[in-house]
Design a protein around this ligand. Structure first.
Ligand code: GLA
Length: 394
């Protein structure tokens, strides 16, 4: 059975078990992998993600009472969510729980005119938690989508992603950019998405060459984005932009950066260098992908990883090892390119691999990684998947 079908039937049985009735509304939203363009979104730059074949599903039905009752398959907990518009965000990031995300999205959906009736719901997901594959965005977007089904109203998908981003900012204390919610809400099957985060106009790029696969390797060392590092990077970028006299780093180029080098401290210089060069690489990678020039695309991925390792300092030795193993295999061995993906400080790498070598490459990376770290990585290949959808209900 396909992964999605398994997840769906598990969600239905959990729902039955938990609430002794059938769900009326079901919606799903995918996780994502970013091919290239890291920490560029909040600098108004370019990102190049695609949705993966891993989803969060939310199933819901009407319920007696004044609130909503939500069961999470992952935590095994039942939480109560306010639907009268009186909810307050957690006071600090230490107080954030899984249901804070749910409460946040529900609160912002109500503000946007999606007022639900009291309901019960089950949330289930096969997006690895904290693996840098946007488990949070897929959760947020699945909630907003099920609320659309429940209320019979639709919101513009761009508004929907912005609303979910707001929920994450306010209710999870995570100052994320727009990439994750955007791709989860708007992804097109068999396409990656080049997104200009300033204009917020997505450009779907077909990935029809089935001879090349996207391989995701989870280092199984979790990240902690709310751990302050992400917000710190964001602040350093803002400081650098101010010194470079641009509104966002997106507006600076390598010449401006070098000209102002003396005004920046070393940290600000290296953070800005990563973002400015990453923006250029992202646009080049999209061109290379359109031309199906996989070797060029792969090289840009290695450069991106190097920049994140040395200048932006968000990789880990575990991720560096995974990229080195991929690079050591090289094009001959079936790998075009590889890099860390997502917010950093743990999580996954993304690699472009010849489809007929996926198994061989996976085995070699698994063996090499395990031999050095003693950790078993989780590895899977994926095609670009569809964005959020209502599965059942109006
Ligand atoms: C996290 C954030 C995104 C983006 C990436 C880094 O996934 O949620 O907005 O900033 O990190 O590219």
């Amino acid at each position: 059975m396909k992964l999605f079908d398994t997840l769906l039937s598990e969600t239905r049985s959990l729902f039955k078990k938990q609430f002794n009735t059938e769900p009326v509304w079901l919606a799903s939203a995918p996780g994502r992998v970013n091919l290239i363009g890291e920490h560029t979104d909040y600098n108004d730059g370019f990102v190049f993600p695609m949705a993966i074949e891993r989803q969060t599903i939310m199933a819901a039905a009407p319920y007696d009472g004044k609130t909503a009752k939500i069961y999470s398959a992952q935590s095994g907990e039942l939480a109560e969510i306010l639907i009268d518009g009186t909810s307050q965000p957690p006071a600090s990031k230490e107080k954030v729980k899984w249901h804070s995300y749910v409460q946040g999205v529900v609160a912002f959906c109500i503000e946007a005119g999606l007022q639900p009736q009291p309901f019960c719901a089950v949330i289930h997901s096969n997006v690895p938690l904290g693996g840098g594959l946007s488990s949070s965005a897929s959760l947020e977007v699945s909630i907003a989508t099920v609320l659309e089904a429940m209320t019979g109203k639709r919101i513009d998908p761009v508004q929907k992603s912005l609303l979910c981003q707001q929920a994450e900012h306010k209710y999870a204390h995570m100052p994320c950019g727009i990439m994750d919610q955007f791709i989860s809400a708007l992804a097109k099957k068999d396409h990656a998405m080049l997104l200009d985060c300033r204009s917020q106009v997505p450009k779907p790029i077909p990935m029809s060459d089935t001879g090349v696969s996207v391989l995701i390797v989870n280092s199984n060392k979790k990240h902690e984005l709310a751990g302050g590092e992400y917000a710190e990077r964001r602040k350093q970028c803002e400081e650098a932009a101010q010194i470079l006299e641009v509104s966002k780093l997106r507006d600076a180029d390598p010449v401006r950066l070098e000209t102002a080098r003396d005004k920046l401290n070393d940290l600000q210089y290296r953070r800005a260098k990563h973002v400015i060069s990453e923006d250029l690489r992202t646009r080049k990678a999209a061109d290379a992908l359109i031309a199906e020039d996989w070797a060029a695309c792969g090289n840009l991925m290695y450069q991106s990883h190097f920049s994140m390792c040395t200048d932006f300092e968000i990789t880990t030795p575990y991720l560096d090892l995974l990229v080195s193993l991929a690079r050591w295999l090289g094009v001959e061995g079936g790998v075009y390119g590889s890099r860390m993906t997502g917010g950093g400080f743990g999580g996954c790498t993304v690699s472009l691999v010849k489809t007929d070598k996926v198994e061989e490459v996976s085995n070699k990376i698994r063996e090499g990684y395990k031999a050095v770290t003693g950790i078993e990585p989780t590895i899977f290949a994926t095609r670009p998947a569809q964005g959020a959808a209502v599965i059942e209900g109006s």
